[in-house]
Structure formats: structure tokens, C-alpha cells
Design a protein around this ligand. Sequence first.
Ligand code: G6P
Length: 463
Amino acid sequence: MSNRLPVDHVVNSDGSSGWKSSPGGLVTALEPVMRAAEGAWIGWAGVADTEFAPFENDGIEIIPVPLSESEIEQYYEGFSNDTLWPLYHDVIAPPQYHREWWEAYVQVNRRFAEAAARYAATEAVVWVQDYQLQLVPEMLRELRPDLVIGFFDHIPFPPYGIFSQLPWRKQILKGLLGADVIGFQRVADAGNFTRAVRRLFGFTTRGNVVEVIGDDGDVRHVVARTFPISIDVAGYEEIAARPEVQERARQIRHDLGDPKVVMLGVDRLDYTKGIGHRLKAFGELLAENRLQVEDVTLVQVASPSRERVATYMALRDEIELQVGRLNGEFSTISHSAIAYLHHGYPREEMVALYLAADVMLVTALRDGMNLVAKEYVACRADNTGVMVLSEFAGASDELRQAIIVNPHDIAGLKDAIVAAVEMPKREQARRMRALRKTVNGNTVNDWSKSFLDTLTGRAAVPR
Ligand code: G6P
């Protein structure tokens, strides 16, 4: 179960309609798992005020949950993406607290729980995904005590000093504690969660296990631990090996004017991604002549996201002003400083971009994992390429051989970019080999298997 289904309902210009695979890390990660498990996926179809009957898509049973226009505004754009999202990402943007948004969040979480209660077989395993649905585990447990319930938090879980701002902090924790296993991206996230549970409820935690004491005095044991998510590594490798994708990568470099170095950023246009910090560092390097526009081009894919939320609208203006200024100042007729693309692209085109890029810039100010970092590594079968990776992205816990940066430290970020541009092939290969080994050692199948094995009791619970 996730807020978004793996398919979006689309209406074409000729009035016909259909379903198309929706983008996003979550979908990329879970699709192969669901197909293999013959599961049903419960989620929202991405459009307002429309009810759809369950149907099968690509071997997955799809169960759409309807949302009204006002629920999209209050539950999705409001509480999920203008309250929880900024709160859970270090309050980079100020979270908005509105009681009506909270009411809508409760109401929609209940609808999701009721859908699962209706469709799940006896003693079925239900895996709830992400921050939009944190109340579902408890609601579902009340409706269906026979079910095995897991929850995975794809985004960071904030330190108590930040989490405690939330007027509904106790309800959120109680909602999550309805699960048997709660998964997090980083050790630090799981620690933040168990600390909040101790502070607000006084429950005892032993290692990864929380002793939840119910109203009736009964004790339940809930596992809260890290399961770092990954990608479909073989899928990316296969696309990267296709001759036509490699040809497309050459074409991209050619179209950019065959610069010596192509740098790449790939992000949803989100204030958590540190796009502005990256642009500032790049602009200063050009201004100081430490990089030359004839030699280095930055390709920045900023895919449209949450476009009706005010903070995202303001961010778009800010980033596009910055891009326009830098290009105006540094581009020449034949060489652009920044190729800025406000689009989403199919996976093949993304892989071609990863293949075309000598340097990958992942400078998030806070990020649960950042799957782009793993995708880049998976595509670099020839062991070339350098990644500059923020310590504030979950991926930095695993991808230690990247050049790890604090993106707030612009001087340090500039030095890291220069070091990446100048890194000898030998050292690139040494680092990339190690990175590829790490990414291969924890694929999305490993991730889901270890979560589901823990949930169904087949894996010992490390303490
Ligand atoms: C992040 C979240 C996902 C979300 C995705 C796209 O990866 O963890 O839950 O689906 O962003 O955002 P959107 O609001 O378009 O679903």
C-alpha cells in the first residue's frame, strides 16, 4: 500500500483515457517485488473525484482508493507535503500546521486502512509505504487483528527536537506502532524514532525492539530498525548495456558540444535536493576560472513535482532565476554552462544521461536514501565516473567511496567538484569498483526480502 499507485490514470487530448506507469523511486523499487509476490497494490490513481474498480496491470492487482479535490489539497498537498515533508527534512522549509489538514489526513488514512481490511486475505501480510500513511498500521490492526503489518518510512525520521513541533506527534507514533515491523533508511532514523517513543510514551526499547504497552496492559513487541532501500540493479545494468542507449549517450555529449566533462544532477524539483547550493558552487567555479565553460557543462534534470504547493512554486522561480543568470553570464554561443531540463524522462533516457555523465552531483540537504546515486553507480559498468554525494543523503551510509560533501559548505563543495573533474581514471576505477560492489550487494530484492523475512519471522531480529 502506498499513496501513489504504480500506475497513473491519464486522459488523452482526444478524450480517451488509460493507465501509464508512474515515475518515482518508490515505484521503481517495488514493482518487481509485487509482480513476484502476486500481490495487490492499494493506492491513489493520481486524479481527483474518480472511482475506479480494481483491475490487473502487468501482473499486479491494482486497487484504487479515490481522493476528492479537497482531500488532495488537504491530505496530499497540505499535511503530507507541506507539513510532514518539510518537518521530516530538517525544516529546510517551514512546516505549516493546520487542523483541517490533519483531519483530512486522518480521514484518508482511514479509507486506505478500510480498503486493506476489505481486500486482504486471512492472516495476509500488508506492507504500508511512507509518510503519507503513518496512521494506517494502527487503524488496520484494529479492523483486522489477524493481519501481519509492516511499515517502511522512505524519508528521514527527524530528531526529537524537530519532531516534537508536530501538534499530532503522539497520534503519529501510535499509528506507526500498530505495525509489527517499522523500517527506516538509516540507523539514525530508527534511533530518532525509538527516542521519540521513549520520550512521549515512556516505553522501553531493547536494541531494535520496542515494548508497546496497550490500553489493556498487554505488551506487544514492535521491531524498529534500518533496511536501506535500493534499486533494480540488473534492470539498470541491462539498459546501460544496450547499444542504442550507449549511442544515445554519445549523441547527448555531441549535442552538448562534446565538452571534456559532463556533470549531471537528477532530482525532483524539491528544496530538499540542494539544487541551489550546487548551482552556486558551479557558478563560483566558473567566475573564478577554476572551471571553463568550454570544458565543463552541467546538465540539470529537475523533474516537475508537487507543483500546486506554494514552496515548490517559489523554489522553481528561484532555481530558474539562478540558472538564467548563470547561463546569461557564462554561456557562449557554442557552449551552455547549464542545460536545465524541467521534465521527467523515461528510464532509457535517464540511463543514457548517466552514461554520458563523467561527474554525478547528489548534493541533497536531506534525503531519505536518494536512489539516483545508486542508479548512476549501477550504470557505470566500465568503472569510470565520479560521484559527489551529500552526507545528508541516506545513500552516503553505504556509498563511502563517493566524494562525500557537506553541501552547506560551499567552499568544500567547490573543492569536491574540482577534485571530481580532475580525478585520474585509475582512482575513478578504484572507487567505482567498490561502489558497484556495494550496490550489487544490496539490491531492491535484497531490501524487500530482508524486510518481509523480518516481518514474517523468518529472519532473526538482530538486537
Ligand atoms: C518521495 C517519496 C514518495 C513519493 C515521491 C514522489 O520519493 O518518498 O513517497 O511518491 O517522492 O512524490 P509525489 O508527491 O509525486 O508522490
